[in-house]
Ligand binder design. Structure first.
Ligand code: PLP
Length: 487
């Protein structure tokens, strides 16, 4: 058998890599017979005219990857037990496997087929375009250097336990303590740390709740208009959605009376996307109804920290006294969405099953990030950051509202409470929302139609405008461009 190799010292790849790749190819294509004895490193080095170290390193790698095997004292052999299918495929000349699978056809589930048809989430726009379609924080104001210091500190102080699975999938205990404290003070949520479950964003909290509470065909009452992220989760579990209209007092809870949904999903502090804050009377009515019907309320308190004309209204959970409320919160709005940390506060009776659901879904959230966040909260940075951002967002909202009124006068109506990171506005125009969106883009401003958030037909022309990450000058310019698109 010819164990030669052509090694070229003028090419970039080191000689040992060239030897390794040529021999690997020879084993895979069957040119080297399984079980054949290969020359000693000394003999091969001599016949190839290279150093023995070069050959030894190439052999070591081939042995480590299972192409050669070393029999103690009697030499080195081509591995006899290569799997059949590894011997067959012809590899490209460079010895690297071609990417696989792209040409295959898959029989997707119904859910997979539906997802495939959906438009992608992220779209890019030409430079200079002003976007009102982000309901995200202004990351330029995030204290990145401080966060980096806390990351370094957490990494330095991490004990070996933080490299293991956590003893509970509920989340890192110091973080759960901090969340419970923060929620008690700022949101009047009543809970103990062992009712707090840290999740991969509130999106995962919704998913876990649906997994443990919803069977296919069950109904879930949702706000109309409402949050697509929640609806998509419920639909993926085979639920039927029951739309409940929303007005300036929040979800119209009297519509629930004749319904028997398993769950009610609601954003009472700041309705998404219409912006209303649910009145106390409706909150009490909803809780009373839930006590009687056995339905579980999912309270999504996603951006309640940003209330600009007074104190945020306290949570529904804090009023619940015996009504089944699961409270959901997120750090995506107050800190940054890439953190992927949110939480839920569950009634005690649901905690063990939710903990198991979290374990099955993904075991736990990463410990280091949770430790960093715990110290961010413990040192008071969260509250400080919120106070700072509240001033900035309040001002941006004011600028956006003023610009809308200046440009559109009585042809615009701004809906909802003075809160949050977006607003919904209604325009007097003959154009459809789709045309408004298309023409705005041509003018260099991206706006979102409110229509996708509605389950029932709407005649009004409404847009959802996110202002939090947009500077004041861009807000004014964006509204001028929108005006040009609408005339
Ligand atoms: C109504 C609502 N809930 C929750 C979230 C946050 O989700 P997550 O915590 O998964 O980032 C958002 C984000 O846009 C939202 O609009």
């Amino acid at each position: 058998m010819d164990f030669a190799a052509i090694l070229d010292s003028s090419v970039e790849a080191p000689l040992q890599k060239q030897l390794y790749e040529q021999w690997r190819g020879a084993v895979l294509t069957g040119r080297f017979a399984p079980g054949a004895r290969v020359p000693s490193t000394r003999d091969l080095a001599r016949s190839l005219g290279v150093s023995r170290t070069t050959v030894t390193h190439a052999y070591e790698q081939l042995i480590a990857e299972g192409y050669l095997e070393a029999a103690h004292g009697s030499g080195t052999y081509v591995c006899a037990a290569l799997p059949e299918e590894m011997l067959r495929p012809a590899l490209p000349n460079d010895g690297r496997p071609a990417s696989v699978g792209g040409e295959l056809r898959f029989r997707l589930s119904r859910y997979g087929r539906e997802l495939r048809e959906r438009p992608g989430y992220f779209r890019s726009h030409p430079r200079g375009t002003i976007s009102f379609t982000n309901w995200l924080p202004d990351l330029n104001h995030f204290p990145v250097a401080l966060w980096a210091r806390l990351v370094a500190r957490a990494a330095r102080h991490a004990d070996i336990g933080s490299f293991d699975y956590d003893s509970r999938s509920l989340g890192y205990a110091p973080l759960r303590r901090e969340i419970a404290r923060y929620l008690a003070v700022s949101r009047a949520v009543r809970c103990e740390p062992d009712q707090v479950i840290v999740c991969n964003g509130s999106q995962q909290a919704l998913d876990l709740c649906a997994r443990i509470l919803v069977d296919r065909g069950d109904s879930i009452a949702v706000e109309d208009p409402g949050y697509l992220g929640a609806r998509q989760i419920f639909l993926s579990h085979g639920a039927r959605l029951r739309p409940i209209p929303v007005d300036e007092d929040g979800m119209m809870t009297n519509r629930l009376r004749r319904m028997r949904p398993k769950l009610v999903y609601v954003t009472p502090s700041h309705q998404f996307p219409a912006g209303s804050s649910m009145t106390l009377a409706r909150r009490l009515e909803l809780l009373e109804w839930a006590r009687g019907s056995g339905a579980v309320i999912l309270e999504d308190d996603y951006d309640s920290e940003y209330r600009f004309d007074g104190k945020p209204s306290p949570s529904l959970q804090g009023l619940s006294a015996g009504a089944p409320v699961i409270y959901l919160g997120t750090f995506s709005k107050v800190l940054f969405p890439g953190l992927r940390l949110g939480y839920m506060v569950a009634p005690r009776g649901l905690v063990p099953v939710l903990e198991r659901a979290k374990w099955v879904a993904d075991r736990q959230c990463p410990i280091l990030e949770q430790a960093v966040l715990a110290s961010f909260l413990a040192d008071g940075h969260l509250e400080r950051h919120i106070r700072r951002m509240r001033v900035i967002y309040a001002r941006r909202r004011e600028v956006l509202e003023q610009a809308l009124l200046e440009e559109f006068g009585d042809r615009v109506r701004i809906l909802g409470a003075q809160a949050g990171m977006h607003l919904m506005a209604e325009f007097q125009t003959q154009l459809s929302e789709e045309d408004v969106v298309r023409r705005s883009l041509a003018e260099g401003v991206v706006v979102a139609s409110a229509r996708p958030y509605y389950l029932s037909p709407v005649k009004e022309r409404r847009l959802v405008l996110g202002y939090a990450p947009v500077g004041e000058r861009s807000l004014r310019e964006g509204v001028r461009r929108l005006k040009r698109a609408l005339v």
